[in-house]
Design a protein around this ligand. Structure first.
Ligand code: GLN
Length: 489
């Protein structure tokens, strides 16, 4: 048995009833030893730490265990979220050897609920990328086809869940980094409303866009983990408390009267497989009583341009702290300027340098109005588009990505092509809206497709109930990738 075979609720219930948490971690580690040489989903495996945490859990009495909603649930954490005394690199050479003195709130809340962190997962350096190929420690492979990318930047987390080495994983989503890899790896991924999950302990990329989000094999798993980590945190001034009661999963599966808006322009941008998936989802929604119409987000065509100004601008400022003095690796130099030059010149990879240059340029005097300010205005117009759309519909439906997982190396030399992978995901980040990616079908070529649902602010519950109904209506019962010991048998 691997962690991915059971649901979060089943796993926790078993441990509540006395099943050994240590046994669960041992099984996960054994499975990981088998899959990791092929996939490279992890940058650090926390074998001893996870076993020690599990042993502590096993020593608790039945009442104390039962009070832990995620008792013994094996989770993986993206390596840009800090975990006290555990190596955290953000996929960058510049943080090699860094052991943070504190734990991110999202991770701490999962641990306090009984979850066991099995390891830190691979990512594009500082979460900048869409394929995990920009990791300084080598790419992760897609468990469905190891010649393909798992997506990014949370590619390690998505691959870990798809391969079943973790039941759920945490990622971060600044422009699509939870949802796009979730789509490429056939798992569920949620980007919560901006502020719904604390960013304390998430290494900042673009602070006005960053959100921590869960990935899992089922909608219910993602909803449960989200519920545990969401909420106000005094350490993050932008964090908010959601509606009381938390997310509700409508088990009846009926979508009668739900108004769904298909974003026409994004349907047109989709490749044939993504479009087929979308059209099938529309039929499934209509069959369950939802009222589907087409809506327009006129400014969404400027989304990528606005995102690739705002995100690099914020990144250029956020990454100024990696100076070789306070964290990680330090380059040699005669004076301070030379130390900075060598630390940053050698410590950062090409894509990170590209973003810092782009962002610095966009913020420079004389260019600020032409680029950064214009991007901010676009952001406002886009938010108005969504607000107008939500006057006539309850949720929006689009593909998550225009295509299925691409080949390793395919877009590495062409940043513009790589950036296009985010064309359907950046809208939710620029506007702060919650969005969820749901795996939908498997193509003739054996790769997963996905659809994306977007809801108004703080309406995660609506995403969960809609996605759960769609999940239950899928043509094939969902299986993981074949070849990882847990595909269709
Ligand atoms: N792929 C996007 C980028 O490269 C999004 C990254 C993210 O969400 N962290 O910026």
């Amino acid at each position: 048995m691997t962690p991915g075979d059971e649901s979060v609720a089943e796993s926790a219930r078993a441990v509540h009833q006395g099943a050994s948490a240590v046994r669960r971690v041992e099984a996960a580690l054994a499975h990981l030893a088998e899959t990791e040489p092929r996939l490279h989903a992890y940058l650090h495996v926390r074998a001893d730490g996870a076993l020690a945490d599990a042993a502590e859990l096993d020593r608790l009495g039945p009442e104390a265990r039962a009070a832990l909603p995620l008792a013994g649930v094996v989770v993986a954490v993206k390596d840009n979220l800090v975990l006290k005394d555990t190596p955290t690199t953000a996929g960058s050479k510049i943080l090699e050897g860094y052991r943070p003195p504190y734990t991110a709130t999202a991770v701490a809340r999962l641990q306090a609920a009984g979850a066991l962190v099995i390891g830190k997962t691979n990512l594009d350096e500082f979460a900048m990328g869409s394929s995990t190929e920009h990791s300084a420690y080598g790419p992760t492979k897609n468990p469905w086809d190891v010649t393909r990318v798992p997506g990014g930047s949370s590619g390690g987390s998505a691959a870990a869940v798809a391969a079943g080495t973790a039941l759920v994983a945490l990622g971060s989503d600044t422009g699509g980094s939870v949802r796009q890899p979730a789509a490429f790896c056939g798992v569920v991924g949620l980007k919560p409303t901006y502020g719904r999950v604390s960013r304390y302990g998430l290494l900042a990329f673009a602070s006005s866009l960053d959100q921590v989000g869960p990935l899992g094999r089922r909608v219910a798993d993602v909803a449960q983990v989200f519920q545990v980590m969401a909420g106000r945190d005094p350490h993050d001034a932008t964090s908010v408390e959601g509606p009381p009661g938390g997310p509700v999963l409508d088990a009846t599966g009926s979508l009668r009267g739900l108004r769904v808006g298909v974003v026409g322009s994004q349907r047109d941008q989709a490749g044939p497989e993504a479009r087929t998936a979308l059209d099938e989802a529309v039929v499934a929604l209509s069959d369950q009583g939802a009222v589907v119409s087409e809506v327009d987000l006129p400014h969404s065509r400027y989304g990528i341009a606005a995102y690739y100004l705002v995100a690099p601008a914020e990144a250029s400022s956020n990454l100024a702290r990696y100076d070789g003095v306070r964290y990680g690796v330090r380059g040699e130099g005669q004076d301070l300027a030379e130390v900075y030059l060598h630390t940053r010149g050698e410590g950062f990879g090409t894509e990170v340098k590209r973003r810092i240059l782009l962002g610095t340029f966009a913020l420079a005097e004389g260019y600020y109005d032409a680029y950064y300010l214009k991007a901010l205005k676009t952001r406002t117009l886009l938010a108005q588009d969504y607000r107008a759309a939500f006057r006539s519909v309850d949720v929006l439906l689009t593909p998550t990505v225009p295509e299925t997982a691409f080949r390793l190396g395919e877009k590495l030399e062409d940043p513009w092509a790589m950036y296009q992978s985010d064309v359907m995901t950046v809208g939710a980040n620029l506007t702060g809206l919650p969005a969820l990616s749901l795996p939908w079908s498997v193509t003739a070529g054996g790769l997963p497709t996905a659809i994306q649902l977007t809801a108004p602010w703080l309406e995660e519950a609506r995403l969960f109930s809609t996605a759960a109904a769609l999940e239950a209506s899928r043509a094939q019962p969902w299986t993981g990738p074949a070849g990882e010991g847990r595909g269709a048998s």
